[in-house]
Design a binder for this molecule. Structure first.
Ligand code: NAP
Length: 296
């Protein structure tokens, strides 16, 4: 296959490009800087700049763009950037894949779509929730759905938290836990839908090639856990104590609005579409995923 990948320099994109290439696929990375070689093409989602010729021979486009949601305090300007970096890139690509008739468009989204689910189990048929992240995911998915025509199969990747020692939340937590500073956040009852980086990459490759899969797909391991369960499992894998409890009010003061939606709320999302389509997870429990991530 010839696959075009946007947002390819990030945690998921780096692993996906490497895996697609080692499977023998031809990958072109869309880059927001000068291209470093013939397998890169410059684009600028903010100014609608894209060399659409590269889409002519493409078998699929994967869009993983977006600034980190936990990277900075959620000021008005940063919230705007969270939205713009996702929705502008999706707008440009949705229009381009439709015009070029690319067979499949795979666009990132997140389980934040469901809002705070408490201990209610949600799958792809569940409605969207409330809050900034749910609103952003809804608008992000609507932008991708522009490409949802008879010719372009569109897949919306509702990812849970991707577990990898090389980045994302686990990269940061491992340092804290290794210092014995781990512990649960708030009452610890908020659910966390996680997926190992290997399963995330395999699932993206799976949806690229499975023509019966379209629309929203939860990229989450089969067994979401509470924050308290995640904390105790990570402590066990690292063989470190995790005695601390970070009170919700302290997180709200320290981190601001992100604490409320990103740390003290959560989703209990299960991967119904993937499992019904026959996808097999390598890591079925958070313990397996953390063990495989070789967090030490
Ligand atoms: N990691 C997770 O746990 C997780 C969970 C749920 C959903 N997701 C979603 O999955 C996607 C990929 O996640 P990731 O963890 O790989 O993210 P990441 O490591 O933060 O990488 C995201 C990529 O987005 C591109 N980007 C950054 N700022 C941008 C901007 N202002 N405009 C356009 N593109 C920009 C960059 O790629 P280039 O420099 O190559 O353009 C960057 O490498 C994101 O949309 C994220 O929201 C991730």
């Amino acid at each position: 296959m010839r696959v075009i990948v946007a947002g390819s320099s990030g945690l998921i994109g780096t692993a996906l490009v490497s895996s697609l290439r080692s499977d023998g696929h031809d990958v072109v990375r869309l880059v927001r800087r000068s291209p470093a070689g013939p397998d890169e093409s410059r684009w600028d989602p903010q100014t609608d700049r894209l060399d659409t010729k590269i889409l002519a021979e493409a078998d699929g486009v994967v869009n993983l763009c977006g600034v980190g949601i936990g990277g900075q305090r959620w000021t008005g300007a940063y919230k705007q950037l969270i939205r713009d970096s996702r929705i502008a890139a999706t707008d440009v690509l949705a229009e381009a894949v439709t015009e070029a008739g690319v067979p499949v468009f795979v666009n990132a989204s997140a389980v934040g779509y469901y809002g705070d689910t408490g201990d209610r189990v949600v799958d792809e048929k569940s409605p969207s929730g409330t809050g900034f992240l749910a609103d952003t995911c809804r608008d992000w998915e609507a932008a991708a759905a522009f490409a949802d025509t008879a010719t372009v199969r569109t897949v919306l990747l509702r990812s849970g938290i991707v577990l990898s020692p090389h980045g994302g939340i686990l990269g940061r937590l491992t340092t804290l836990y290794s210092l014995g500073l781990g512990g649960r956040l708030g009452n610890g009852r908020q659910y966390l839908s996680w997926i190992s980086l290997e399963d995330e990459v395999d699932a993206i490759k799976f949806v690229l090639t499975h023509e019966d899969v379209s629309g929203p797909v939860n990229l989450t391991g089969p067994a979401p856990v509470t924050n308290a369960q995640f904390s105790s499992t990570l402590a066990r894998v690292l063989r470190r104590p995790a005695p601390w409890v970070v009170p919700g009010f302290a997180l709200n003061v320290l981190v601001g609005e992100f604490a409320h939606e990103g740390l003290l709320a959560g989703q209990r999302a299960i991967p119904t579409v993937l499992e019904d389509a026959g996808f097999r997870f390598r890591h079925n429990t958070v313990g397996e995923a953390l063990g495989a991530a070789r967090v030490r």
